[in-house]
Design a protein around this ligand. Structure first.
Ligand code: NAG
Ligand code: NAG
Ligand code: NAG
Ligand code: NAG
Ligand code: NAG
Ligand code: NAG
Length: 324
């Protein structure tokens, strides 16, 4: 349920009666902290399966290992790998690093689409030294790019483009199916302001719900950037709405610094069970004391939820429990 609707419910409730509002509040908070239930109680993972990968709690339907039977299906398999002293979790199917798993969301590590210039060379030899685009393809999987993310771009005289068209499918630069776009203009650093992401050095744009396969590109406005001397790289990424705070120094960042910046902002992914709603799905896996809820991302699927006063993993027996 969207937060503004939750807030309206709260306002209406408090107009009607204050005790009702107070009774509603814990329920309301469980929406704001979607990790509140699934990783609590005695049954987080399937019996005999590990429930942690390093610092990450891995609740069922996710499971550690590939084809170990610990997850609901291969999409939820978590590849747990230790590099030197750090243990990291990856989606076995997609390779994205998982940073957090919550009731119906997860955080994955961010990646940016960069465009960089060789600042040692003067125009017209100042060619692009890097131009990767970035894509997410969750087609056919239980994952969707959450509309809690927004498109963010940092750079001068650039566009940031989110489309559903692969690179090879576009005949012309603008022959894409856009789903979000923003433009940032700035040919002087004097106009840049810390904390301001409104089209001068930084831009942001919202995205719609239920996207599964998208391409992210950073484009140049005009035929030649005027900005090469101070803005070596421009970059686009997805980030949880309003989490990214623009800092003027981010305009001067080199690729390594950029990777460090964007990694601080995880991408929110919505997950669901299957692609059918509660009335259509067969063998609904919701356990005792849990309720089946249709997901509202527009691409089907359901989730199981513990009602008010109950917590636990609703996907595993014995289901939701009181007093934990
Ligand atoms: C829930 O997630 C937030 C961050 O999103 C974290 O600060 C908090 O500790 C988590 N709570 C539990 C119970 O894991
Ligand atoms: C857990 O997180 C801490 C702080 O981020 C880190 O220092 C530690 O290495 C992590 N532990 C594992 C096993 O990855
Ligand atoms: C996305 O993934 C699906 C399922 O794996 C695959 O069929 C499709 O070709 C992929 N799309 C692109 C553009 O790679
Ligand atoms: C900034 O852009 C304006 C309009 O295109 C142009 O007249 C001006 O010369 C540019 N300034 C710099 C420093 O490139
Ligand atoms: C922007 O913030 C950084 C610290 O994050 C500070 O060092 C810098 O001086 C600030 N720049 C401006 C123009 O306010
Ligand atoms: C469930 O999905 C079916 C088929 O897509 C649809 O006809 C039905 O209206 C949906 N039910 C609800 C409650 O959304």
């Amino acid at each position: 349920m969207p937060t503004h609707r939750m807030n309206s419910i709260l306002i209406i409730l408090s107009l009607l009666c204050l005790p009702c509002t107070l009774a509603y509040l814990p329920f309301h908070n469980s929406f704001l902290q979607p990790n509140l239930s699934i990783a609590q109680g005695d049954y987080i993972s399937k019996p005999g399966c590990p429930s942690r990968c390093g610092n990450l709690t891995v609740p069922f339907p996710f499971g550690i290992g590939i084809n170990t039977g610990c997850s609901l299906n291969a999409f939820f398999d978590i590849n747990c790998i230790t590099f030197y002293d750090r243990t990291r979790a990856f989606l076995a199917n997609d390779g994205f690093e998982v940073l957090g798993i919550y009731d119906w969301k997860m955080h994955i590590k961010n990646r940016a689409a960069l465009k960089c210039f060789d600042t040692n060379k003067k125009p017209p030899n100042n060619h692009l030294i890097d131009e990767p685009s970035m894509s997410y393809n969750f087609t056919g999987s239980p994952f969707r790019i959450s509309a809690e993310n927004e498109l963010v771009a940092v750079g001068c005289d650039i566009t940031s483009e989110l489309s559903t068209t692969p690179d090879d499918d576009a005949d012309y630069d603008y022959d894409y199916d856009y789903v979000s776009l923003c433009i940032s203009i700035c040919n002087k650093t004097e106009y840049l302001r810390n904390g301001s992401c409104s089209g001068i050095g930084c831009c942001r744009s919202s995205i719609s719900q239920g996207l599964q396969s998208i391409y992210l590109r950073t484009g140049i406005v005009g035929s030649w950037p005027n900005v090469w001397s101070f803005n070596p790289c421009s970059y686009s990424f997805l980030a949880e709405k309003n989490s990214y705070v623009f800092d003027v120094s981010h305009i001067f960042a080199d690729p390594l610094a950029i990777y460090n910046i964007v990694e601080r902002y995880p991408v929110v992914i919505d997950w669901a069970i299957g692609n059918r709603n509660c009335s259509d799905a067969q063998n609904i896996i919701c356990q005792e004391h849990s309720v089946c809820v249709d997901v509202n991302t527009g691409v089907g699927g359901y989730r199981c939820k513990c009602p008010l006063g109950y917590k636990g993993n609703p996907y595993l027996s014995p289901g939701c429990q009181g007093n934990i």
